[in-house]
Design a binder for this molecule. Structure first.
Ligand code: HEM
Length: 145
C-alpha cells in the first residue's frame, strides 16, 4: 500500500506539475508569439513522461480505491465520503480523457496560429482538472474538505 501510494503521488507530481508549467509558462509564451510550435516542442518532451504518468495514476488509483472499497459497485453508490471521492476521481478522469481525445483528434491535427485559442482552453481545462485530482486525493484521509 505504502509503495503504491508513493508511486501515485510521484505520478501526481509529474501530471499536475507538468500541466501547471505548461499552462502558466509555456502557453502564455505561445499565445504572445502566436506560435503553436512553442507548445508542440514542450509536448514532444513532456508526452514521454506525462502519458505514462497518467497511466500509472489510473492503475495505482484503481488499486488504492480497491483497498478502500473492495467492491467496485460501491464506487458508484455514494454510500460514504470515500465512495463519493472515488466517484469524483473517476468523473475527473472521464473528463480528462474526453478533453485529451478531442484535442488529439480534432484540434491538434489542424493546429495553426488562429486555432491556438481553442488549444489554450483545452490546456487550461486539463490543468484545472489535474489540480482537482490532487485536491480530491488529499480529501480521502480527512473525510473530505
Ligand atoms: C492524474 C490523476 C491523479 C492525480 C494527480 C491524483 C493525485 C492524488 C493525490 C495527490 C492523492 C493524495 C495522497 C495522500 O493523501 O497521501 C491521491 C489519493 C488517492 N487517489 Fe489519486 N490521483 C489521480 C488519479 C486517481 C484515479 C484515477 C483514482 C481512481 C479512483 C485515484 C484514487 C485515489 C485514492 C483511492 C487515493 C487515496 C489514497 C490514500 O490516501 O491512501 N486517483 N491522489
Amino acid at each position: 500500500m505504502k509503495w503504491v501510494l508513493l508511486i501515485h503521488i510521484l505520478g501526481a507530481t509529474i501530471w499536475t506539475g507538468g500541466h501547471l508549467v505548461l499552462a502558466l509558462t509555456v502557453l502564455p509564451r505561445a499565445l504572445r508569439a502566436r506560435d503553436p510550435n512553442v507548445i508542440q516542442e514542450f509536448e514532444a518532451g513532456y508526452a514521454r513522461l506525462g502519458m505514462p504518468a497518467l497511466l500509472v495514476q489510473i492503475v495505482t488509483g484503481l488499486w488504492l480505491a480497491y483497498q478502500y472499497l473492495p467492491s467496485p459497485a460501491a464506487w458508484f453508490g455514494f454510500g460514504s465520503p470515500v465512495a463519493v471521492h472515488i466517484f469524483v476521481k473517476l468523473a475527473l478522469l472521464a473528463l480528462t480523457l474526453a478533453l485529451a481525445m478531442h484535442a488529439r483528434l480534432r484540434v491538434i491535427p489542424k493546429l495553426d496560429a488562429d486555432r491556438l485559442g481553442v488549444l489554450a482552453y483545452h490546456i487550461v481545462a486539463v490543468t484545472i482538472l489535474s489540480v482537482l485530482f490532487v485536491v480530491v486525493g488529499t480529501g480521502f484521509r480527512f473525510g473530505g474538505w
